[in-house]
Design a protein around this ligand. Structure first.
Ligand code: FAD
Length: 391
């Protein structure tokens, strides 16, 4: 009912099969019991609660829409609601899952050979092995399509990787690192799995982040890092293949943005009912109700858009433009929603323990990663006009 899920105003969750709704309820319980009580502390210390991984694994939520290899084999819609549900409590944990199950396992799922999928995915589905995804570089972010400077060179049965990556989530401890590099021979972008401990692969954690502090982002250096040809993802042979992965994960980020706004909205709604000024709850003032409704409208339109996007993906009718439009719209909307929530809490809005400030900070990172607003707008603009305007 809307009473139990106040932000799901049009009861979109009820369009899921009962089995999937039950999983979401179980996930919600897990997050309330194990994540909500500790997350501000980890956020302050900029540490990742590794002890949660086996617990999350038991829920079977990694790559829930993938078929085979130990995954649940459900739908993109369930994957989306899982991202929303986690982000509603904490966007860092949602990002950790997005990188592991979406970007990393998704690269292997979409671009790996059958043998490669059998080799890596079951342990990733069980979360015994954690993944990262290295595309961005110190000098190349938005321009990754044409500008990647990390190189790969084939030498007999091996590939030699050289270069640097930046911002790579989970990479300080990940077992399976998907690395994208440009082939010095044909100039194309190719994808590789670099396993933890491979000589020439080094990571350093990035410090002083003011958002998503729980996520461990890394600088990676690749120095004559050799991987067997068997670790080159069979169907990752140009940036178009990277884009297939990003199209899928951008949809999840859009869902994550809905969760980010929803988490802040729910805290603000509870606060409006209990905080009194002028002798009555502030939720009784017209202007405060207007703010609450603006937040609800933002969350609701975003959730509805994501819902349809995931349905189209399931029917095989998604598109890069549809994913990009959702990612950009929902992250813009989330930024507005968290700002309104912070405003509604007055001074308390900037206190970590009031649970809205963290969403405000984290919305900034979600807004910029997996394609900034401008880059996603250019993808949609290219689709509309047929003219690429990136350069
Ligand atoms: P830049 O590309 O330098 O852009 C700076 C500004 O210029 C932006 O506003 C941008 O929109 C604008 N701009 C650039 N080009 C154009 C243009 N043609 N037209 C108009 N405007 C333009 N990457 C990974 O590979 N793996 C990860 O796990 C990962 N995790 C991340 C986690 C966090 C918390 C963050 C912040 C980033 C992460 N990233 C990751 C990197 C992320 O994808 C990049 O930050 C993003 O693509 C933007 O690149 P940039 O930061 O280099 O910005």
């Amino acid at each position: 009912t809307t009473e139990n899920w106040p932000g799901d105003f049009y009861r979109l969750r009820e369009t899921l099969p009962a089995e999937d709704q039950a999983l979401l309820a179980e996930l919600r319980g897990f997050l309330a019991e194990h994540v909500a009580p500790i997350i501000n502390d980890y956020w302050t210390r900029a540490e990742f609660p590794r002890q949660l991984i086996p617990e999350m694994a038991k829920l079977g939520i990694a790559g829930a829409s993938y078929h085979g290899y130990g995954f649940r084999g459900r739908s993109p819609l369930l994957d989306g609601f899982i991202a929303l549900e986690i982000a509603r409590v904490d966007c860092s944990i949602a990002t950790f899952m997005g990188v592991h199950g979406g970007l990393s396992a998704g690269s292997i799922y979409l671009c790996g050979s059958e043998e490669q999928k059998q080799r890596w995915l079951p342990a990733m589905a069980r979360m015994e092995k954690i993944g990262s995804f290295g595309l961005t570089e110190p000098e190349v972010g938005s321009g990754a399509a044409g500008g990647l400077m990390t190189t790969c060179r084939r030498e007999g049965d091996e590939w030699v990787l050289n270069g640097a990556k930046r911002w790579i989530g989970n990479a300080t401890f990940a077992d399976i690192n998907v690395i994208w590099a440009r082939d010095v021979d044909d100039g194309q972008v190719k994808g590789f799995v670099v396993e933890k401990g491979t000589p020439g692969f080094a990571t350093e954690v990035m410090k002083n982040k003011i958002a998503l502090r729980v996520v461990q982002n890394a600088m990676i250096t690749l120095t004559d890092c050799r991987v067997p040809h068997a670790n080159k993802l069979e169907s990752a042979n140009s940036f178009a293949d990277t884009a297939r992965v990003l199209r899928m994960t951008r949809g999840f980020v859009a869902w994550e943005a809905v969760g980010c706004g929803l988490g802040a909205f729910e805290h603000a709604l509870a606060y409006a009912k209990k905080r009194k000024q002028f002798g009555r709850p502030i939720g009784g003032f017209q202007m405060v109700q207007d703010q609450l409704v603006k937040m609800l409208a933002g969350v609701t339109t975003s959730m509805t858009l994501c819902h349809r996007l995931s349905q189209l993906e399931e029917q095989g009718q998604g598109s890069e433009e549809a994913a990009s439009l959702a990612k950009l719209y929902c992250t813009v909307s989330a930024r507005e929603t968290v700002g309104l929530a912070r405003e509604l809490l007055g001074g308390n809005g900037i206190l970590l323990e009031e649970n809205v400030g963290r969403f405000v900070a984290d919305a900034e990172a979600i807004y910029s990663y997996e394609g900034t607003r401008e880059i996603n707008a250019l993808i949609v603009g290219r689709g509309l006009t047929g003219i690429g305007a990136f350069v």
